[in-house]
Write a protein that binds this ligand. Structure first.
Ligand code: GLN
Length: 470
């Protein structure tokens, strides 16, 4: 029996190297869990038909001495990352039958290591949402309490790991979509510095904010995956060259607390308590805690809801039933577009397209989009300045605990509040990690977030271990 509850990449690697169990044994153990839970939880949209072939290939790598630490490690893939020869639908009807013609860079890099891709996971349609309730294929349930959402948009990825349906998952984070669901399922979720992990082959949502990152049960596992996907990619225009990645030191002393973010309205009392416990934990470990002021970055959510819909309206234009997407009806071009997009895209996606088309339109562009771009620069400067005073900033990951299905679907604004603390890191482009720390009165997990300056990714892993006690 393989104990999937306590398995880590290192333990799995050692066991497969020593022949305690084979890659096939491991993959079959995960498949058995998926068969047991997935009908209810709905973490996966599809289990790949070639999992056992992948396992065999990984076993050959062990046999011929080319295996690495990741060979044979079972991974879940969010449905917006391309894997050649398999469907990638971004949980949208419009892409229901879209078969990827090439591998995304993250898939290619991990394939070279011999990982086993188990399947593609459910998500909010095109990664817009915070609960997976926006998936065209029905929601994912939180394995820790099935009446509650797993968070989103990478809800399927976190549920897969939380239900022991994968050791690791990849997610994408545009405003919090790795960190918030990780916090809702008691996992570690990491959004790397923008431009350090390639977006090539990630279905674009808001290109200036999207980042791919790992979801895992431990900081150690998240860091191992990050190390393998942290790489310059000539196929991606915003990918940092190796020589431009000036890594920040990992010896740190000072943690900043943005006190007015915490004292503001809307923060759950249980979360506030865990937050101050986490601050205390750093104090105990010899860190100096200082108050920091981030008056401009506090408005990141407002900036996000200008920039994100604007980029969405532009990125989604290609799904017209001609260039991309299921083609539906229409005797003329106008009807073809209308039918294909009308039937193929869900309410939230259409809402964002409308918002973005408005803010980019003639007469409104300067007041909204241009203004938001200027504000983005101010947010970047504000963080840069703060990080001369402290090494990292601590906040809760989400202002509230995992909520029940339907609780926030009627009011989009209350759903948008999920990303209050996570969005600033995307606007600034800086790395951020969510760590499980404490539980609330309903026994649901709480997540604490750490943010650092550009290229402080490894610093955050090191600091994170203080909270996860690794
Ligand atoms: N919840 C945010 C949104 O709906 C962020 C999503 C994400 O990070 N992909 O846009």
């Amino acid at each position: 029996m393989i104990d999937l509850n306590t398995l880590t990449i290192k333990k799995a690697h050692e066991a497969m190297k020593n022949g305690d169990f084979s890659v096939t044994d491991l993959v079959k153990a995960y498949i058995a869990e998926i068969e047991k839970s997935n009908t209810k939880i709905h973490a996966y949209l599809e289990i790949y038909s070639d999992v056992l072939d992948q396992a065999k290939r990984a076993e050959e790598m062990f046999a011929n001495g080319t295996a690495t630490e990741l060979t044979g490690i079972p991974i879940a893939l969010k449905d917006n990352m391309l894997r050649q020869g398999f469907v990638s639908s971004s949980s949208s009807k419009i892409q229901e039958n879209y078969v990827a013609t090439y591998d995304s860079t993250v898939v290619r890099l991990l394939k070279e290591q011999g990982v086993v891709f188990l399947g593609r996971t459910n998500m909010d349609e095109f990664a817009m949402g915070s609960s997976t309730e926006n998936s065209a294929y029905g929601p994912t349930l939180n394995p820790l309490d099935t009446e509650r959402v797993p968070g989103g948009s990478s809800g399927g990825s976190v549920a897969a790991v939380a239900m022991n349906g994968a050791l690791i998952a990849l997610g994408s984070d545009t405003g919090g979509s790795i960190r918030q669901p990780a916090s809702f399922c008691g996992l570690v979720g990491f959004k790397p510095t923008y431009g350090t992990v390639s977006r090539y082959g990630l279905t674009a949502m808001s290109s200036s904010l999207d980042q791919i990152g790992p979801i895992a049960k431990s900081v150690e596992d998240a860091e191992i995956i990050f190390d393998r996907i942290y790489k310059h990619d000539p196929m991606e225009a915003t990918s940092y060259k190796d020589e431009d990645r000036i890594e920040q030191n990992t010896e740190t002393k000072k943690i900043g607390v943005p006190r007015d973010w915490i004292e503001g309205e809307g923060l759950d009392e249980d979360i506030k308590k865990s937050f101050f416990d986490a601050v205390e934990e750093f104090k105990k470990n010899g860190y100096e805690i200082i108050d920091v002021d981030l008056p401009i970055s506090k408005h990141s959510l407002a900036i996000y809801y200008i920039i994100q819909p604007a980029e969405v309206s532009s990125n989604m234009a290609r799904f017209d039933g001609v260039r991309y997407g299921e083609r539906k009806g229409g005797d003329n071009l106008q009807d073809l577009y209308g039918e294909s997009r009308g039937q193929g895209l869900g309410d939230e996606v259409r809402r964002r397209i409308l918002l973005g088309t408005f803010t980019l339109s003639h007469g409104h562009y300067d007041a909204y989009y241009a203004q938001a771009m200027k504000a983005t620069e101010l947010v970047k400067d504000e963080f840069k300045n703060i990080f001369t005073k402290c090494d990292a900033i601590i906040t809760p990951t989400s202002p509230f605990a995992p909520f029940k299905f339907g609780e926030k679907t009627e009011n989009p604004l209350s759903m948008y509040m999920s990303d209050l603390f996570t969005v600033p890191a995307n606007i600034a482009g800086i790395p951020a990690i969510s760590l499980p720390f404490g539980i609330d009165s309903k026994k649901m997990p709480i997540g604490i977030q750490l943010m650092g300056p550009n290229f402080s990714d490894r610093r955050l892993f090191k600091l994170g271990r203080i909270l996860t006690k690794e």
